[in-house]
Design a protein around this ligand. Structure first.
Ligand code: AMP
Length: 542
């Protein structure tokens, strides 16, 4: 027997429609790419998103067609998202920090028909445009006054382009499983892989993100996503914030500590989300200028492991942190480290121990850890295993890639290695390809990095496994010192000694001027392995 409830497809544009009807005057504030602060609200965003839909429809963009955006977090980008999805076209967010050849590869693989972009990225696109045969036109997120001369095909200023229609248009209706958006993973090896979100998965994911123990923002709050719309589906914020009526503050092109601080302060932001690198810049700026943020209540941090010292710095400022783990293939939320009973009462180091885990999953994400043969491992907080996940917002396949990515129980292997404790708190110990295999045992490179970065002179730390004749692999600690600071190999090792098992101690420390990063801000270990290819440990003969 079927239930007698309405058939109400979970479509992304219902979210902006709800925001316009119920939270229409709620503000969306942007530091515009052109410079000035711009203010709009959810009603106007909805009205202009409808114009985007109408204009795309007039250009012949149809259900399933791909429209790329290569753009910063701005109100225009948000309008474009909803406008593209509102006619059943697919909003393909492209990460501008990729190499131009990768951007071209991705656009060609997706066969994008239209590219919407910011002034910032015109020069990159002009260089690769002749290699993009499927792109029919470029729309630049600006107005006539700021529109430059460009060789891009059929280029038009966004404001002129939407001014050609009246907005008298209705969202299209289609099955909730229709593709809504796509985002390529910035794989460190092999070609990027296209993750294809559906309307249903995005709406369900927004509901997961809205849970108080997830992103934690409500209608009375203000959220500043430093995490870009082009990074892993904006961590769902472009859907969850409007669905709750949370005020949005977009940082545009300026993500340095001073600029982010200024917006957090002037817009009285209560919640913000981004990767550790961004918070490092913010904390450095605040410390150097003795600044505080009395309105900020919550920093959501994910994308890479959040160092303990960073958690402590925010707590010292009176700001709660929510360490989160996820991945593009998971829309992206996987787990968040909220303090649930009985841990909420913990104090000091014991509290930090829980805050530093990657957290537990919201309803809608199931996890397991297995050994290499696929056998389930216990949730005892100690046993490491391959972390596998399932849920309605987890990928089951990649776009145009003929490969099985689920196990026989329908779980996706995240490529991460983790422990899970009896309360469901998960701790990432490594990427499966980065874990250091020493004498048949595993050493977590992330644990060593987190520890080393707690040394006051260390700006960033990376650990790689290097060949060792006796142990197979041993950890090499690579350090970038803070500007103007000094520390020796012995200082660093002394700082770490006693805080980890003896056999986890790095065999050597190398100092570098800079640690390479991927386009999404993660340490690029492949480049480091390459750089240290010829390295051998001083004790290698042991
Ligand atoms: P991406 O799809 O680019 O977001 O990358 C996802 C990967 O980033 C995950 O599989 C993890 O390896 C890593 N990652 C994300 N969040 C965290 C975190 N909080 N701690 C450690 N690694 C993380």
């Amino acid at each position: 027997m079927l239930g007698l409830m309405q058939d109400w497809p979970l479509l992304c544009h219902r979210i902006i429609e709800h925001a316009a009807e119920v939270h229409g005057t709620q503000e969306v504030v942007t530091r515009s790419v052109e410079g000035p602060i711009h203010r709009t609200n959810y009603r106007q965003i909805r009205d202009r998103a409808l114009k985007v839909s109408q204009r795309l429809d007039r250009d012949g963009i149809k259900l399933g067609d791909r429209v790329a955006t290569i753009a910063w977090n701005t109100w225009r980008h948000l309008e474009a998202w909803y406008g593209i999805m509102g006619i059943g076209a697919i909003c393909h967010t492209v990460n501008p920090r990729l190499f131009p050849e990768q951007i071209a590869w991705i656009i060609n693989h997706a066969e994008d028909r239209v590219v919407m972009t910011d002034l910032t990225f015109i020069p990159i696109l002009e260089k690769i445009a002749d290699k993009l045969p499927t792109v029919e036109r470029y729309i630049v997120f600006t107005d006539k006054a700021h529109m430059p001369q460009t060789t891009l095909k059929n280029a038009v200023a966004y404001e002129d382009w939407i001014a050609e229609v009246d907005g008298n248009f209705k969202w299209k209706t289609f099955d909730e499983n229709t593709a809504a958006a796509m985002c390529y993973t910035s794989g460190t090896t092999g070609d990027p892989k296209g993750v294809l979100y559906s309307h249903r998965s995005n709406v369900l994911h927004a509901l997961m993100a809205n849970n108080g123990d997830s992103l934690g923002a409500n209608a009375a709050d203000t959220m500043l996503p430093v995490v870009p719309l082009f990074h892993a589906n904006s961590w769902g914020i472009a859907f969850s914030a409007p669905s709750m009526g949370t005020k949005l503050v977009f940082p545009g092109a300026k993500l340095d500590g001073a600029s982010v601080y200024e917006l957090l302060d002037t817009e009285k932001v209560t919640h913000t989300a981004g990767v550790p690198t961004v918070w490092l810049m913010l904390l450095n700026h605040m410390a150097a200028n003795k600044l505080t943020l009395p309105h900020l209540r919550m920093v959501v941090c994910g994308g890479s492991a959040m160092p303990r010292s960073m958690i402590q710095s925010f707590l010292d400022l009176g700001v709660a942190v929510r360490h989160a783990w996820g991945m593009t293939e998971m829309s992206p939320i996987g787990t968040l480290a909220a303090l649930k009973p009985p841990f909420a009462e913990l104090k000091g180091e014991a509290r930090l121990d829980i805050l530093q885990t990657q957290g537990y999953p919201p309803f809608g994400v199931q996890m397991k850890i297995t050994d290499d043969a696929g056998k389930d491992l216990p949730w005892d907080g100690k046993t490491f295993g391959r972390l596998k996940v399932s849920g309605p917002a987890v990928s089951k396949a990649y776009f145009r890639l003929d490969a099985e990515i689920l196990d026989e129980d329908g779980y996706f292997d995240t490529g991460d290695v983790a422990t899970i404790d009896a309360h469901g708190y998960m701790r990432i110990t490594d990427r499966s390809k980065d874990v250091i295999k020493s004498g048949g045992e595993w050493i977590s490179s992330i644990d060593l990095e987190n520890l080393a970065v707690g040394h006051p002179a260390v700006a960033e730390a990376a650990v790689i496994g290097v060949y060792h004749p006796k142990w197979d692999e041993r950890p090499l600690l690579i350090i970038q010192l803070k500007q103007g600071q000094s520390a020796t190999r012995e200082d660093i090792l002394k700082f770490m000694d006693g805080k980890i098992a003896k056999w986890w101690m790095p065999d050597d420390v190398a100092f570098v001027d800079g640690i390479p990063h991927t386009a999404t801000g993660k340490i690029l270990k492949t480049a480091l392995r390459d750089q240290f290819k010829a390295y051998s440990f001083p004790n290698a003969a042991a």
